[in-house]
Design a protein around this ligand. Structure first.
Ligand SMILES: *Cc1c(COP(=O)(O)O)cnc(C)c1O
Length: 378
């Protein structure tokens, strides 16, 4: 790559070249046995993923969104239930409770780590109790951008209020908190294998992790139309929510280079921290954690500075993206469900946050170019 070639925001082709032969073998094996649904690769992937994060059970599913939905269906979450979740996250987190007839209750985030603010979570439970219309039922805590949420604090508050805890780990599989990989931080953990996530498939996919054998059995039933012990016994209303065998084969090849990918992402984040830290606000590291660095987001002084920077970066061949330009309570689809509570941090972040390219195949030289382009435009 020359000094002027555009830098890719994500480079799945370069990653594919690093595992070309094992990937081809994995895919050819599936083409030979033709068990495209729940083939042996699915079971192999589930046991490897469970071992990787130290969870007792892993159940793969069709997407991260379906993982969230199955987890809430298994708890019987529905009309009249309040599901607490951050206002500053991807849309899927709020979509799922609404699909089940429950009500999302938006919680603000920490201005430095961008993670759910535990004090505001406690305040929002009190809001719902005071209003008396909804039953506080569940928390969907999001590990945003690759870093873990403050699970010790969130779990303490949730358990006092008797809430089910679900970790939306779609962006952060591979990250750890207090030496433990994410997957056991909440009662259930949902992750996504969307191609751009740190562990991405070549299509949609997701997984659920839990310590409970009963919950895992329910997840398996729900992902296959609510089936019982025989295929034609339907015990509950479920969905068609399985992971394809071909996607499991791709993920098995990717798992072999996952540690190297995470180390490469951390190396890029360290370059950004060192070069940019005294000119713009860089993401504060969550104490005692490692990040999967799905996204590296900086904070500018205001929206005008962000606009100028994005224009300058584009001219220098450096892509950037805004996650998220609108907090969820401001989205037309969700505004009606919002109780009107102020969420000032989420609104502030949406107005001046900017994500820089970070992926395992970004070279140090390219990261330096990103830093020079940022420094020249702030
Ligand atoms: C990507 C994402 C999801 C949804 O995952 P899909 O596999 O695309 O359905 C859910 N929550 C968060 C925070 C995400 O980033």
């Amino acid at each position: 790559m020359s000094d002027h070639d555009p830098i890719p925001f994500l480079d799945l082709a370069a990653q594919q070249a690093r595992m070309a032969e094992p990937l081809r073998k994995r895919i050819e094996t599936v083409l030979r046995h033709c068990q495209f649904i729940l083939g042996p690769e699915v079971a192999e992937l589930e046991s490897r993923l469970a071992a990787y994060c130290g969870a007792a059970h892993c159940v793969t599913v069709s997407s991260g969104t379906d993982a969230l939905q199955i987890a809430l269906m298994a708890e019987g979450v529905g009309p009249g239930d309040a599901v607490f979740l951050p206002a500053f996250t991807y849309t899927a987190t709020a979509e799922v409770p609404l699909l089940l007839g429950a009500t999302p209750v938006f919680v603000d985030v920490d201005p430095r780590t961008f993670q759910v603010d535990p004090a505001h979570f406690a305040a929002r439970i009190a809001d719902v109790e005071r209003a008396g219309r909804l039953k506080p039922r569940a928390l969907i805590g999001v590990d945003l951008f690759g870093q873990p949420a403050n699970w010790p604090a969130l779990n303490a508050i949730a358990s006092r209020a008797g809430l089910f805890t679900l970790d939306d780990c779609a962006q952060s599989f591979g990250a750890s908190l207090a030496g433990q990989r994410l997957g056991t931080a909440a009662e259930a953990t949902a992750t996504s294998f969307f191609p751009s996530k740190p562990l991405g498939a070549y299509g949609d996919g997701g997984a659920l992790f839990t310590e409970g054998a009963g919950r895992a059995a329910l997840y398996r039933s729900l992902r296959t139309h609510g089936e019982g012990t025989t295929r034609y016994e339907v015990l509950r209303t479920g969905m068609n929510g399985r992971l394809d065998t071909l996607q499991a084969a791709v993920l098995l090849a990717k798992l072999d280079i996952f540690a190297a990918d995470l180390a490469a992402r951390e190396r890029i984040a360290a370059i950004y921290d060192a070069r940019l830290g005294n000119r713009v606000a860089i993401p504060e590291r969550v104490a005692g954690s490692t990040s999967a660095w799905a996204i590296y987001a900086i904070l500018l002084a205001d929206g005008a500075e962000r606009d100028r920077l994005q224009t300058g970066l584009k001219a220098a061949g450096v892509p950037s993206a805004i996650y998220y330009p609108k907090p969820l309570h401001r989205q037309p689809a969700y505004a009606a469900a919002h109780d009107g509570a102020a969420l000032p941090v989420s609104e502030d972040l949406a107005g001046r946050i900017l994500a820089l390219p970070i992926h395992p195949d970004l070279t140090d030289a390219a990261a330096e170019r990103v830093c020079e382009a940022v420094l020249a435009n702030v």
